[in-house]
Ligand binder design. Structure first.
Ligand SMILES: C[S@@+](CC[C@H](N)C(=O)[O-])C[C@H]1O[C@@H](n2cnc3c(N)ncnc32)[C@H](O)[C@@H]1O
Ligand SMILES: [Mg+2]
Length: 243
């Protein structure tokens, strides 16, 4: 299997790593997405592992890895929910931003500049793998999912999100977000690398993983809010399990 890293992509994320915790900066959409995707991760993990999602620390004791964690936007809240989270990213600059932020808010840090395949080679394994908005940036989706599977213990789970390849995603995620609203630097996304839900389902199946759920992330421009829904046409979440 080839490397999962696309050097051009990593350089692009490294160049804007200072912006990770700027809620109005280049990662604004991820900050806006955080509440809905965190609710999805919490509820799915709780259902899968038989936890109470309303408990103060619903993920207590679970060992998670956040693959492509960037500045740690998910890592921090998942840590607060009681999980032991290892955050890894191929961009060292992102990891530096993540470490600095976690230290500034007094959280115990396990961030590493690493790829999923390097953790597999080191023999690491977790209850669940979380990898949000990374699939459309990797060099080889099959190799990436194979590494994510190997990091998941049998009986464990994977929570993923990515962008669908539709005319609507071209209009909103590329033309809208990069050119009209200028939320993201131009060239952040390559529409050809977006992944249809049917393609993700087939790729998960090739790795021996069971797709348990697909949920859409819908954006309301008037409210400037994201919500979970049935429309998979732009951004969507997937939950899979390892038998
Ligand atoms: C759009 S950001 C998402 C960050 C974070 N998951 C979130 O949603 O807040 C994508 C991240 O994936 C990282 N990345 C891309 N390809 C990777 C790979 N093959 N292995 C590890 N990290 C990767 C990038 O450096 C970048 O930080
Ligand atoms: Mg993206």
């Amino acid at each position: 299997m080839g490397s999962t890293v696309d050097a051009r992509e990593i350089a692009q994320f490294a160049a804007i790593a200072d912006a990770w915790w700027d809620e109005e900066g280049a990662f604004r959409p991820l900050h806006r997405l955080n509440p809905v995707r965190l609710r999805y991760i919490r509820d799915r993990l709780c259902a899968h592992f038989g936890r109470d999602p309303e408990a103060p620390k619903p993920l207590n004791g679970l060992r998670l890895v956040d693959v492509g964690c960037g500045g740690g936007l998910l890592w921090e809240p998942m840590t607060r929910m009681g999980a032991t989270v290892t955050g890894i990213d191929a961009a060292e600059e992102g990891i530096a931003a993540a470490k600095a932020h976690a230290a500034s808010v007094g959280l115990k840090i396990d961030y590493r500049a690493a790829t999923a395949e390097s953790l597999v080679a080191a023999g690491e394994s977790f209850d669940a793998v979380i990898s949000m908005e990374v699939l459309e940036h990797v060099a080889d989706v099959d190799a990436f999912l194979a590494a994510c599977r190997d990091l998941t213990r049998p009986g464990g789970a994977l929570a993923l999100s990515t962008l669908n390849r539709t005319p609507k995603s071209y209009l909103t995620a590329i033309v809208g977000a990069e050119y009209v609203l200028r939320w993201l630097p131009r060239g952040t996304h390559n529409w050809k690398k977006f992944i249809r839900p049917s393609e993700l389902a087939a790729a998960l199946r090739r790795q021996g993983l069971d797709l348990a759920d697909l949920t859409g992330i819908e954006y309301s421009p008037l409210a400037d809010r994201f919500s979970l829904g049935r429309d998979l046409g732009v951004n969507y979440l997937a939950f899979a399990t390892r038998p």
